[in-house]
Ligand binder design. Structure first.
Ligand code: XMP
Length: 510
């Protein structure tokens, strides 16, 4: 696949993946590499530009990440952001100071619009600062091209050697015109042509998959989540009838979800197997109320069902997994790779007879995966689906699971989702769902006493699901949801809203 590449060197800052996403939003392909990556390896990628991310350290600490100074004379444009600009200044002979007065957060910033970084942009705007150190002496050949009230070097440049830096974070939305500044670096300095689009990606990947797979047989475990659905759509376009998708419906999906998945994939030229295993799963879960036991039972049963079904197909050549880029990025911060374990597919390879694993989304961020799904013609309700845990509603029903409780939760959750969408909040709130607690309390409806379950609503905003804040859903919306659920769903007489962030709570209740 021929496209230009930018390398994002990761120094352990909190916005590293965000920088990479912004670059890709500018239609430029980029890869995140740990700062320790040898220069020869970076150069082998033939990057048109290199971006240093932020990081939590001070450049003067011995333990702080440093780079091979030869990176600045390789003839490739370099942009340093936050810690990145300080590292560039320090390495090239400038000086970084730790001031007494600290600038943090939204800061009035003045730009020199004769700099290529700020060409065509306003002379003044808000930028987002998150590092207290700043450059008080520039390295030779550099000039400052932005400043704030207390920071003389909010940006610097050495156009002759194509070296640039921002003290603030252009990648966060709090920085006005930040993305336009990144775009200026990419297009006006690095010579980007904008050859990273999902249309091209889809076309190239489909033909590459066709070539690789030949007339081989392909198997895919479809969970109904965004990643496996997009992977399935891609493979379906590439090899159609050679593809079998096994969709294990454990009966713990959200309302209508199983049918939606079936409608999207069945009868589209591939072999689609839906295993309705709800009774089987509920049977295994009978009497179980411990969260970890529930997860384990579902995980094991899932593998067993999948194994039985795949045996019917016989030997397959390729097993497809919907791994996406954030799962494979190795962080520059630590030496351990940050790899999320996927409940649904984690155990499969041992149980299925296959030659090789194919991961066609390995290069894509979540938003790109969604864009690719749209490009491939998947319906919006699949493409925009929020994360849903492998064990499904089993971990949103506190205590023992019964078919009645599953039905109650599905109905209540449906109303919640419908009202959040009606209020236009479904993009702002990154994950929201209902939890059926095991607590019952007294209520009064009409003239009668009720003794029913308490339902908890949960909504969070997050960038990575590792930390999250509780979503400030307007009272009016909560009010409508509460009234509708109590009126329309039998078995619930009280609604509470979860106002804990993560940490200390987790997003799911179990
Ligand atoms: P927690 O509850 O750990 O959830 O804060 C973080 C994110 O992960 C999702 N989640 C899971 N996803 N299998 C999955 O594929 C699981 O077993 C699982 N448990 C939690 C959760 O919905 C949230 O988005």
């Amino acid at each position: 696949m021929a496209h230009q590449t930018v390398v994002v060197l990761d120094f352990g800052g909190q916005y590293n993946q965000l920088i990479a996403r912004r670059v890709r939003e500018c239609a430029v392909y980029c890869e995140v590499l740990p700062y320790k990556t040898p220069l020869s390896e970076i150069l082998a990628k033939k990057p048109i530009g290199i971006i240093f991310t932020g990081g939590p350290n001070s450049v003067y600490l011995e333990s702080s990440p440093h780079v091979d100074p030869a990176i600045f004379s390789a003839g490739i444009p370099v942009l340093g952001i936050c810690y990145g600009i300080q590292l560039m200044a320090y390495t090239l002979g400038g000086h970084v100071a730790s001031p007494d007065s600290r600038e943090y957060g939204k800061t009035d910033t003045y730009y020199d619009t004769s700099s290529v970084l700020f060409e065509g942009l306003p002379e003044k705007g808000i930028s987002w600062m998150s590092h207290t150190d700043y450059i008080d002496r520039l390295p030779a050949g550099f000039t400052a091209c932005a400043h704030t009230g207390s920071c003389p070097t909010a940006a610097m440049e050495n156009p002759e050697h194509k070296l640039y830096g921002f003290q603030f974070h252009p990648e966060v939305l709090h920085t006005e015109n930040g993305i336009a500044m990144l775009r200026n670096f990419l297009y006006r300095v690095c010579g980007a042509v904008g050859d990273w689009t999902m249309e091209d990606y889809a076309r190239n990947t489909i033909s590459a998959l066709r070539e690789k797979i030949g007339d081989g047989k392909v198997l895919l475990a479809l969970s109904g989540g965004v990643d496996s659905s997009v992977a399935a759509a891609l493979l379906a376009k590439a090899v159609g009838s050679q593809l079998t998708c096994i969709f294990v419906d454990h009966g713990l999906m959200r309302k209508n979800e199983g049918d939606e998945v079936e409608a999207a994939f069945a009868g589209h030229g591939l072999r689609f197997v839906r295993v309705n295993a709800g009774e089987r799963f509920l049977g295994k879960l009978k009497g179980i109320s411990d969260p970890e036991s529930k997860r384990k039972i579902i995980g094991e049963e899932f593998i067993r069902v999948f194994e039985e079904e795949s045996k019917k197909i016989g030997k397959v050549d390729y097993l497809v997994q919907g791994t996406i880029y954030p799962d494979v990025i190795e962080s520059g911060a630590g030496d351990a790779a940050v790899i999320k374990s996927h409940h649904n597919v984690g155990g499969l390879p041992d149980y299925v007879d296959f030659k090789e694993i194919i991961e066609p989304l390995r290069l894509l961020f979540k938003d790109e995966t969604r864009a690719l799904g749209r490009e491939l013609g998947l319906p919006d309700y699949l493409v925009n689906r929020q994360p849903f845990p492998g064990p499904g509603l089993a971990i949103r029903i506190i205590g023992e699971i019964t078919p009645e409780k599953v039905a109650i939760l599905q109905d209540a959750d449906w109303i919640f989702r419908e009202e959040v969408a009606k209020a236009g909040l479904d993009r702002e709130i990154h994950q929201y769902f209902a939890v059926l607690t095991s607590m019952r309390s007294v209520g009064v409806m009409g003239d009668g006493r009720t003794y029913d379950y308490t339902l908890a609503l949960r909504g969070v905003t997050t960038t990575d699901f590792m930390t999250a804040d509780w979503a400030r859903i307007p009272y009016e919306t909560l009010d409508i949801v509460s009234r509708r659920i109590v009126n329309e769903v039998k078995g619930i007489n009280r609604i509470v809203y979860d106002i804990t962030s993560k940490p200390p709570a987790t997003i799911e209740w179990e």
